[in-house]
Each structure stands twice: as structure tokens, then as C-alpha cells.
Design a protein around this ligand. Structure first.
Ligand SMILES: Nc1ncnc2c1ncn2[C@@H]1O[C@H](COP(=O)(O)OP(=O)(O)OP(=O)(O)O)[C@@H](O)[C@H]1O
Ligand SMILES: [Mg+2]
Length: 319
């Protein structure tokens, strides 16, 4: 159980491509929204798979997916410029947007784009027009590792590079939010796959270099097998005695495979716990499930691990 994780206002989900960042982000969001928290998922993926699972379309404006649960997609020049208009006077920006140098930077310099995208994520926490109530939890389903790490690093680098300009101040605000353990949690999603584990360790180092502690690791697709080798041997003996159970040896072989997997999971879990010194939350593999059915299943299992206690709806948000 990871106390306090759900108290933060922003959860940033990092991880190698395909490990289940979106599935875990959606499941955590469902857990929070069912606990009464006004939750927003921000998808970096332009296909917006999470909104799509609920039948929604990719949208820059938040769309409601379920009670207390909305999603929006990040990106698009237009939505980023709309965000920029909140951090600088409109007249100044209109002039800036039309300059060739701005166009050049947004298209050619990934850092400017990344900074703007991170800024947009952070601003969703603080800014929402009345009469809409502010989000209590924003979950950012970030791009896969490399790009996401550079999105996280950019505000720290830009805070110094842009000095006292509007961009410099904004970059420092974003960096301060990312570093604030009360308000923000940077978490990693992994599987037992060696490459995914290696990338997770790398993520841990990269955020530590920014003086940020990884808040938690979600260990996805953990084997659900809870039987032992002794259980399999007992079943095999039954099969020898009763001809009607002759198929049991095939089943036993499958079960042995699951035990080998469980052993691999355990080794990966030990390594992560030892090297990252943060809580690791196991998320079971739910074969044959996908979309909302999968998110719902995972959310039910996560509810016990992610207590919202003490910060019920309305009292959650630290100032
Ligand atoms: N615990 C799980 N049990 C069963 N299937 C899962 C689980 N987690 C993820 N999946 C499935 O694995 C696939 C990849 O998951 P998902 O799309 O969430 O990964 P991702 O890390 O967001 O990928 P991408 O890098 O493409 O954004 C999906 O088909 C999803 O339904
Ligand atoms: Mg995804």
C-alpha cells in the first residue's frame, strides 16, 4: 500500500512503450473518480486510446467519460497556444505567435514544444473556468520513456536558460510543481520484461538527477498464479490414478510455465525494490480483457492499494 499517492494533484505515468501505461493510468483514474475525486486524464497519444475505450474521440477539450472522470488529449498547435495565452498577455503573444522565430522554434526545437506541453499539463491543475470546479487529480499518460524524460527535464533546463523572461518564470513554476512531493508524483509502469525493467531503472536515475524521488512503480502484468509445485505434483498423481484425468499432465505443464513466470516476476520485483527504494504496486495480468472491462477490473483490484482515505472529495486538494 502506498500511502499518500492519491493525495497528489498530478500523477505523471512514465514507462517503456507497450508496458501498459495507458491501462494503469485509466485504472488509477477510475479508482480515484469512484472515490469521488474529480479526475482528468491527459493523453499524450494522439490516438487517445483511453477516451477511445469509452467510445470518445480524440479531443483537446476535456470530455466526460464516466462520473467524475474526464479525458483530454495533449497537443495541437492551437491548444498549446491557448495555454500560452494564459501565461502572457494576449497582445504580446499574438505578436509573438506571428513571428517567424516563434514558428521556427515550435517546429524545430523540441524543447520549446515539450516545455509548452508540460506547461499545459500543469495548468490544467490550477486553471479551470468558473463555474467548473477544479480537477482534484490530473493523471498524465506521458509518451514512452525517451520523449517523456526529455519533457520532464526541459523545464529544469529552461528555467535557467530563459532567465527572467516569461518562459523562464513559467519553466521554473513547472519544475517546482514536478519537484513538489506534496502535489506531484512521478511514477513508472513496467512489466517483468528485462528491457522494461532496465528502462524503469533508467527512469529512476534520470529523475533522481533532477532531485526528484520516484513515487512508485506499477508492476504490470504480474502473474496471478498462486499455486505451488506441490499442488502440481498432487494433481499429476491424481491423473496417474484416474484415466478420466489423463489430460491433467498437459495442464500441469502449463501450470509449471506459470510458476516459472512467477519466479521471474519475483526476481524483477526484488531488483526494482532494491534499486529504486520506492513502493512497488503489483497489477495482475488479466488475460482476455481489454478496454473499459480491463480498466474496471484493474481498478477494483487497485482500490485497496491506493487509499483515498483522509482526503475525501472536496478536502483533497492541498493549496
Ligand atoms: N494488466 C493487464 N492485463 C491484461 N492486458 C493488459 C494489461 N495491461 C495492459 N494490457 C494490454 O496490453 C496492451 C498494451 O497496453 P497499453 O496500451 O496500456 O500500453 P502502453 O504502455 O500505454 O502502450 P503505448 O506505449 O503504445 O502507449 C493493451 O492491449 C492492453 O489492453
Ligand atoms: Mg499508451
Amino acid at each position: 500500500m502506498i500511502a499518500n499517492l492519491m493525495r497528489r494533484r498530478l500523477l505523471v505515468m512514465l514507462g517503456k512503450g507497450g508496458v501498459g501505461r495507458s491501462a494503469v493510468a485509466a485504472a488509477v483514474a477510475l479508482t480515484a473518480s469512484r472515490g469521488g475525486r474529480r479526475t482528468l486524464i491527459i493523453e499524450a497519444d494522439p490516438r487517445a486510446p483511453i477516451a477511445g475505450a469509452w467510445g470518445g474521440r480524440p479531443s483537446f477539450d476535456p470530455q466526460e467519460l464516466a462520473p467524475n472522470l474526464s479525458a483530454m488529449m495533449l497537443g495541437g498547435q492551437e491548444s498549446l497556444e491557448q495555454y500560452l495565452s494564459f501565461v502572457a498577455p494576449r497582445a504580446v503573444l499574438r505578436a509573438v505567435f506571428s513571428t517567424r522565430i516563434y514558428q521556427y522554434f515550435v517546429h524545430a526545437a523540441p524543447a520549446v514544444r515539450e516545455l509548452t506541453m508540460m506547461g499545459k499539463v500543469c495548468h490544467e491543475i490550477e486553471r479551470r473556468k468558473a463555474p467548473l470546479k477544479p480537477w482534484e487529480l490530473v493523471i498524465f499518460d506521458a509518451p514512452a520513456s525517451g520523449q517523456a524524460l526529455s519533457m520532464i527535464r526541459t523545464p529544469f533546463a529552461a528555467g535557467g536558460a530563459f532567465g527572467e523572461s516569461v518562459a523562464g518564470t513559467e519553466a521554473r513554476n513547472i519544475a517546482a510543481l514536478l519537484s513538489d512531493l506534496e502535489r506531484c508524483a512521478i511514477v513508472a509502469v513496467t512489466t517483468a520484461e528485462p528491457l522494461a525493467v532496465a528502462e524503469t531503472l533508467e527512469i529512476g536515475h534520470a529523475v533522481a538527477a533532477l532531485q526528484i524521488k520516484l513515487a512508485a512503480v506499477f508492476f504490470n502484468r504480474a502473474s496471478d498464479a498462486r499455486f505451488t509445485a506441490a499442488d502440481i505434483a498432487r494433481a499429476a498423481r491424481l491423473g496417474e490414478r484416474d484415466p478420466a484425468l489423463s489430460d491433467i499432465e498437459d495442464l500441469a505443464e502449463i501450470a509449471r510455465g506459470d510458476i516459472r513466470r512467477r519466479t521471474r516476476d519475483r526476481r524483477a520485483l526484488e531488483l526494482l525494490r532494491r534499486r529504486l527504494a520506492c513502493g512497488v504496486i503489483e497489477v495482475a495480468e488479466r488475460r482476455g480483457r481489454a478496454g473499459v472491462e480491463l480498466y474496471d477490473d484493474l481498478a477494483r483490484r487497485l482500490a485497496a492499494e491506493l487509499p483515498l482515505a483522509g482526503d475525501a472529495a472536496g478536502t483533497a486538494a492541498p493549496a
